[in-house]
Design a protein around this ligand. Sequence first.
Ligand SMILES: Nc1ncnc2c1ncn2[C@@H]1O[C@H](COP(=O)(O)OP(=O)(O)O)[C@@H](O)[C@H]1O
Ligand SMILES: [Mg+2]
Length: 294
Amino acid sequence: MSVEIRGLNVTIDGKSIIRDVNMDIADGERVGLIGSSGSGKSMISRAIMGLLPTNATVSGSIRLADRQIVGASDRELADLRGRYVGMVFQNPAASLNPVMTVSRQIALPLRLHYDLTRTERLDRVQAMLDKVGLPADVATKYPHELSGGQQQRVGIATALITSPRFIIADEPTTALDSIVQRHIVDLLVSLVDDAGASMLFITHDFAVLSRAATCCYVLDNGAIAETGTTADLLDHPSTEQAVHLVSAARELSLNNATIAATSACVTGMTASRGGTEQTHTRLYDSDIRQEDGE
Ligand SMILES: Nc1ncnc2c1ncn2[C@@H]1O[C@H](COP(=O)(O)OP(=O)(O)O)[C@@H](O)[C@H]1O
Ligand SMILES: [Mg+2]
């Protein structure tokens, strides 16, 4: 599903939180949104889902395929969420219901949006558990019985069970340790690509972003400071905010080998940053072993 944001402004109690944001995500494309804490990343994701705080004032346009989100009714928005738009949140422990088994949790969006028999739902849940790499017996467990990585696999399964056409992942790996982070990002990317869905991947960490999205927007104090391919931004960050985020990622990086950037952006962003036939610093070792402590 394509996403087109034009002139988005969000104000809360007279304070400007999001300023004149424009963003494009083509159908089937993965795009990153990176910025430091408090820059407004979650506010943009809430605006796209129609879940802004009640005291927020919003103007501009957010189109998901042919639907306008700004000013849409609660009913229209509820129909979109979970069915066409899947959400993966930062803290899986907090976003899962502690008194629901994994199976009921994952089945919930199906119960809300589709008229299936119990057996049909359970079959889909089992197939989904397999896709996210969880054993079948996890179905009857409760969230507290799972590790953080397993909980986020349940979060991803819940987001993807209805085969949504667009996924918003808001810092989905921030609460996890770094090796589990890589597995979760890689899993999300492969499932989103297999489904042919588009994704907005939100993070404050360029190392995570470089695995998740080819193109990205850098957010600074509620406004887009810079856009381009993730590879170009890693090599030549031009704004202060991007320089800061790149150097923070490099400090955490274990490996400074260089690799060739291979793919281009689907949307028109490349034009603003030049070509993609460049090398950039690899932030993660691709040779990741399986013993990850999940
Ligand atoms: N419910 C709210 N009411 C008022 N201000 C808020 C609310 N939620 C977030 N903010 C403010 O909006 C700004 C952006 O927040 P947020 O989108 O959560 O940032 P990020 O996700 O990039 O860390 C911050 O200054 C934050 O204090
Ligand atoms: Mg946030």
